[in-house]
Design a protein around this ligand. Sequence first.
Ligand SMILES: Nc1ncnc2c1ncn2[C@@H]1O[C@H](COP(=O)(O)OP(=O)(O)O)[C@@H](O)[C@H]1O
Ligand SMILES: Cc1ncc(COP(=O)(O)OP(=O)(O)O)c(N)n1
Length: 273
Amino acid sequence: MTNAAPHTALTIAGSDSGGGAGVQADLRTFFAHGVHGLVALTAVTVQNSLGVQGFTEIPAEVVRAQIKAVASDMGVDAAKTGMLATAEIIHTVAGTLDEVHIGRGTDTPFVVDPVAASMTGHALLREEALEAIRTELFPRATLITPNLDEVRLLTGVEVTDGASQRQAAEALLEFGSAWVLVKGGHLYDAEDCVDLLTDGAETIELSGPRIATKNTHGGGDTMASAITSALANGADVPAAVSAAKRFIERCVAEAYPLGAGVGPVSPFWRLRG
Ligand SMILES: Nc1ncnc2c1ncn2[C@@H]1O[C@H](COP(=O)(O)OP(=O)(O)O)[C@@H](O)[C@H]1O
Ligand SMILES: Cc1ncc(COP(=O)(O)OP(=O)(O)O)c(N)n1
């Protein structure tokens, strides 16, 4: 008997030793969507619920080799990036994605989560690398998914309400991605969590209740990999983001305490049905 292979999604991201963010969050989320996860590891972080103690990056050529190995043999239905650590890795990833035909202008959707720092404020990207994300990855992206801290770093726009969220989304579109999702989780005083999705022609507000919990570690990675899973399974961008928003709400609602600090969001609810 030969079983049909599931769809595949590739994450190009760092490892979180605490298991709540990074490739661990991505693989948990791919699994919860019935998608086979492929990995190109970019960095190894030393972190737990209290924060990131440090990281070391993987040589750029090894990142390239991982992407080539899986793309040439197994095939990639959708890809995403998370922590990329250095400008050299970003440059290498951009060139390799072109070689294996992933990203804007190809049939394989590509999501860029422009991870710059952990929620505890520890840098996950060397300083000079932000410009490389803007110029080398955004033009190749089907969708970019910054949080409000990343929006400020990338555009200088301080989002405080719906109007500035729209202004930020327009500024981000100028960098060349097909779609932008400005996530609103960091507007802590707002009653609802509103994420704004736009391609310049169509703008969709995705709103949901703000769940009262401190355990939101890995939320951004989980959201981006839920979108990537839906894209791998054939959804278009608005449908993928809308499904991911409902998914992450449940993950936040079922987040659990682990360690003395911030616990992880939980994709396990999906396995319980
Ligand atoms: N307390 C919360 N309740 C419900 N949804 C949340 C909560 N915090 C964040 N989210 C959602 O989780 C996703 C990631 O949010 P955000 O915190 O903005 O990004 P990041 O995790 O990258 O910092 C978004 O879809 C956001 O709306
Ligand atoms: C290895 C690694 N990658 C990414 C992050 C940031 O993850 P995110 O989903 O934004 O979660 P928080 O850091 O906001 O909890 C990370 N910490 N480690």
